[in-house]
Ligand binder design. Structure first.
Ligand code: ZN
Length: 415
């Protein structure tokens, strides 16, 4: 989706703000000779920004306004340790609330709703974002924060909450408790607004059915305000995002070049009006695609697909891009297979073709031969690559407390 005139004007304002500041990006742009942009091509020549920049600028190096204008900071840590700090002006906080209120409205939530907020309050942007958006909307908030399931259920029943906001895993836990305690007749929930992590259809269906609610995926990241820059609608066909606050590009994560609308790639975001910490072309590593055309719900804001995974996890076999979650989905559909698996990538010396070896744990009571045939067929038909499948007994693959490394690539080493 190309920049419109208004967006281009706003980006030039952001560039001027950065150039005039003593911030990390101000210095970088001055050194690089970044000036105004006049076309899509100019814009696409601007350097990407990344979480690494924000770590280098820790703690307040990206602050682009005088300190007296900053009213709050938020922080995200991520998996690699050193946190990043994002400073907000009063207008940034207000803009975020406006966007978040728009999310609630898009989900059909209004002033008479009672919104129970279970994400955490504090340094990260979750709880407080849900809170401010709901107050801006004019709904009644029940600011619970995470945990204490007993009290969550009591408040849900006594206050007759109509909306639950949660991570998908906490929503699932609540759904299970409601069903275990047979409370479904006592609750009056209608809608759930769920943070857009990657979550499976099975989980979605369980939350939906056990709580009897309609679910909405909310999108956002701390670096760009927080959750609330987009949300799915009743059409359940993608996430609307607010293109008056952010410009969204989809790029090929390997070449860095923008891909045509409709094609999958990595989301890159540019803030259009942010004051405290403007970011141009920020690489999110979230994978999605622009959904071309109008949404059946009637909302005019553009759409992206629900988040497919992370570009950091992508691997390529015989020219086909693959993600661990595609393999996970297939394995989940095959009875007897455990959730543990490992992928090794190598190259066949004779044919010089990529070889994908998938090792999967499975239950002894099933036929390993039939299982491996089923897995091979499914991956071949759904992804287009035929792997070699090796089935091992449950407990064979190494366990890790941290994020398990699923893919090992031996091709670079010439093995
Ligand atoms: Zn829609």
């Amino acid at each position: 989706m190309k920049l419109n005139e208004r967006q281009m004007e706003l980006i030039n304002k952001q560039i001027r703000r950065l150039l005039a500041s003593d911030s990390y990006y101000g210095k970088m742009y001055r050194e690089m000779g970044v000036t105004e942009i006049h076309s899509q091509e100019d814009f696409e020549k601007l350097p990407f920004s990344s979480k690494d920049d924000l770590r280098n600028a820790y703690p307040l190096g990206i602050m682009a306004v005088p300190e007296e204008e900053i009213v709050r900071i938020h922080s995200s840590s991520g998996t690699t340790g050193k946190p990043v700090i994002i400073p907000y002006t009063a207008k940034d906080v207000d803009d975020w609330a406006i966007m978040f209120a728009r999310c609630y409205k898009t989900a059909g939530i209004g002033k008479l709703d009672r919104i129970q907020i279970t994400p955490g309050y504090g340094l990260w942007t979750a709880g407080i974002g849900f809170q401010l958006g709901a107050e801006k909307l004019g709904a009644m908030t029940i600011p619970m924060g995470p945990g204490n399931t007993e009290k969550q259920l009591q408040m849900m029943i006594d206050l007759q909450s109509t909306v639950i906001t949660a991570t998908s895993s906490y929503a699932l836990l609540l759904a299970e408790e409601v069903s275990k305690r047979e409370l479904k007749d006592k609750i009056t929930l209608k809608k759930g607004v769920i943070g857009s992590e990657r979550w499976g259809d099975k989980m979605r269906a369980r939350i939906k059915n056990e709580l009897g609610i309609q679910l909405y995926d909310i999108y956002g990241l701390t670096e760009i305000y927080g959750p609330g820059i987009g949300i799915s609608c009743d059409a359940e066909d993608g996430i609307h995002y607010w293109d008056d606050y952010i410009y969204l590009e989809i790029i090929d994560p390997i070449t860095g070049k923008p891909v045509p609308d409709g094609e999958e790639g990595e989301i890159v975001l540019t803030t259009l009006v942010k004051e405290g910490a403007p970011l141009l072309r920020f690489r999110t590593h979230d994978l999605s695609r622009i959904i071309p055309g109008k949404c059946p719900c009637g909302c005019e804001y553009p759409r992206i697909d629900i988040i497919k995974g992370r570009s950091d996890d992508m691997f390529k076999v015989r020219g086909v891009n693959m993600f661990p979650n595609q393999i996970e989905e297939i394995l989940r559909s095959i009875p007897g297979v455990s959730s543990e698996y490992a992928i090794a990538l190598g190259r066949d010396e004779e044919t010089n073709k990529d070889v994908m070896m998938l090792t999967v744990e499975a239950d002894y009571n099933y036929s390993f031969a039939e299982m491996s045939e089923a897995i091979r067929e499914q991956i071949k038909s759904r992804i287009g690559v035929t792997p070699k499948v090796n089935i091992v007994p449950i407990g064979t693959l190494p366990r890790s407390e941290k994020k398990t490394k699923r893919v090992t690539d031996y091709r670079e080493q010439g093995i």
